[in-house]
Design a protein around this ligand. Structure first.
Ligand code: ATP
Ligand code: MG
Length: 339
C-alpha cells in the first residue's frame, strides 16, 4: 500500500451498504406527529448553547413526500458526548450524514465551527471523523492496509503510518488482526476498525452512527471507556443509538429524535427534569433492609446519599439507580411513529 498515490483531495467516506443514496426508492410517507410535536414545542426543550461545534438551523432532508429530517435545530456543545437517540427511521443516520458533509440538506443549514460543510467540504472533513453504520466491503485489504489506505487519503506522510497505525490498533484492541483480511473480521471487530478509521486524521469531531450495535457486553463497556478517553483528549463526539440506556452513562447531552423531528435536546438532567423523569434509586442497608426513592436529578441523588449516610448515620451498602429514568422519558416522548 505504501506506494499508493494519495487521492486528489480529502475523500468522502466510501459508500456503505446503508448509506442513503438518491437512487433508493422513496418510502411511503406518513405525516409526522403534530399533536406530540405541539405538545413538546411548549416545553422549551431546545438547549441554549454558546460554544457549539455543530449547529444546524432548520435542517431538512426530503425524499419525495417523505421528510426524513424535519427542520432540525441541533446544537452540539464543544467537548460534549452528544447522544442522538431515536427509533428506527427517526432520521438519525440522515442527519449525521448531512453533518458529515456526505449528504446535502434539501433546505436549512449546517455549520461546523461556523462554516458550511457543503461549501468548505475539505475543511469540514479534516475536522470530522465519521463512522457509518456499516463498514462496506474491502476485498483484498488487510486491517493494516485498510488504515494505510485512509492515512494516504488524508495525506498523512507514509513515514508516520507505522506509529499511527500501531497506536490506532492498540486503541481499538485489534493489534492481533493487523494482517487479517478486513472481510474476515467479526462484526464487532469491524465496528472497532471503523472507529479506528474515523480517527486516522485525529479529527476534533467524531460522528459515530450506532457504534455499539453488534458489540458484546464487554466490547460495549470498552467502547464506553474509549469514548470517555477520546472526550478527555478534547474531542466532541456525536453518537447515535436506539437505546438510551446504552448511552445514558456516558452522554453529556441528548437529542431525542422521532419521525424526522428533534423532540428534545439538552443535558440528561435538563431533559429529565423538564419532562418530570423519575430517577428511582434503590438503597440497601447493612441490616438487609432496602428502600426505594423517586428523585428527579443527580443533585437529589447526591443529597439523598449524604442525608442517609451523614445525617441519619445509616449503613448504606448499595445505592443504585434501578430504572433508567431517561429510558422512561424516551418512551414517553416518542410514540413509536414510523414514517
Ligand atoms: N435514500 C433514501 N431514499 C428514501 N428514503 C430514505 C433514504 N434514506 C433514508 N430514507 C428514509 O428516511 C427516514 C430516516 O432514515 P434514517 O436512516 O435516517 O433513520 P435512522 O434514525 O438512522 O434509523 P435506524 O435507527 O433504523 O438506523 C426513513 O423513513 C428512511 O426510510
Ligand atoms: Mg440509522
Amino acid at each position: 500500500m505504501s506506494d499508493m498515490p494519495p487521492p486528489p483531495s480529502v475523500p468522502s467516506t466510501p459508500p456503505t451498504p446503508n448509506s442513503p443514496s438518491a437512487s433508493t426508492p422513496v418510502w411511503d410517507a406518513q405525516p409526522p406527529a403534530p399533536a406530540m410535536v405541539a405538545q413538546l414545542a411548549g416545553l422549551g426543550l431546545t438547549a441554549q448553547v454558546d460554544d457549539a461545534i455543530v449547529r444546524t438551523t432548520e435542517a431538512t432532508k426530503r425524499y419525495g413526500p417523505l421528510v426524513a429530517v424535519n427542520a432540525v435545530n441541533l446544537a452540539v456543545p464543544r467537548g460534549s458526548i452528544y447522544g442522538l437517540i431515536g427509533p428506527n427511521g427517526a432520521g438519525k443516520t440522515t442527519l449525521m450524514t448531512m453533518v458529515a458533509s456526505l449528504l446535502l440538506p434539501t433546505s436549512g443549514s449546517i455549520e461546523i465551527d461556523g462554516s458550511d460543510p457543503a461549501e468548505n467540504t475539505d475543511e469540514a472533513r479534516r475536522k470530522l471523523g465519521y463512522m457509518p453504520d456499516g463498514l462496506g466491503v474491502y476485498d483484498g485489504l488487510d486491517v493494516g492496509g485498510y488504515l494505510e489506505f485512509f492515512a494516504a487519503a488524508y495525506r498523512i506522510p507514509s513515514s508516520d503510518w507505522p506509529v499511527l497505525i500501531d497506536g490506532l490498533l492498540e486503541l481499538v484492541q485489534l493489534e492481533v488482526k493487523r494482517d487479517s483480511p478486513v472481510n474476515s473480521l467479526s462484526r464487532g471487530m469491524k465496528q472497532r476498525l471503523s472507529l479506528a478509521r474515523a480517527l486516522v486524521h485525529d479529527p476534533e469531531l467524531l460522528i459515530l452512527d450506532e457504534p455499539a450495535s453488534g458489540l458484546d457486553p464487554r466490547a460495549r463497556v470498552e467502547l464506553r471507556e474509549l469514548l470517555w478517553q477520546l472526550q478527555s483528549l478534547g474531542k466532541t463526539i456525536i453518537v447515535s443509538s436506539h437505546i438510551l440506556s446504552e448511552l445514558q452513562e456516558i452522554v453529556t447531552h441528548v437529542g431525542i429524535m422521532e419521525a424526522g423531528r428533534l423532540l428534545a435536546e439538552g443535558s440528561p438532567d435538563e431533559i429529565g427534569s423538564k419532562l418530570g423523569a423519575v430517577r428511582r434509586v434503590k438503597v440497601r442497608f447493612a441490616d438487609g433492609s432496602s428502600e426505594t426513592f423517586d428523585l428527579t436529578s443527580t443533585a437529589d441523588q447526591v443529597a439523598l446519599l449524604h442525608r442517609l449516610v451523614v445525617d441519619d448515620e445509616r449503613e448504606v451498602v448499595e445505592f443504585r439507580e434501578v430504572n433508567a429514568g431517561l429510558e422512561d422519558v424516551f418512551m414517553n416522548v416518542t410514540k413509536g411513529i414510523v414514517q
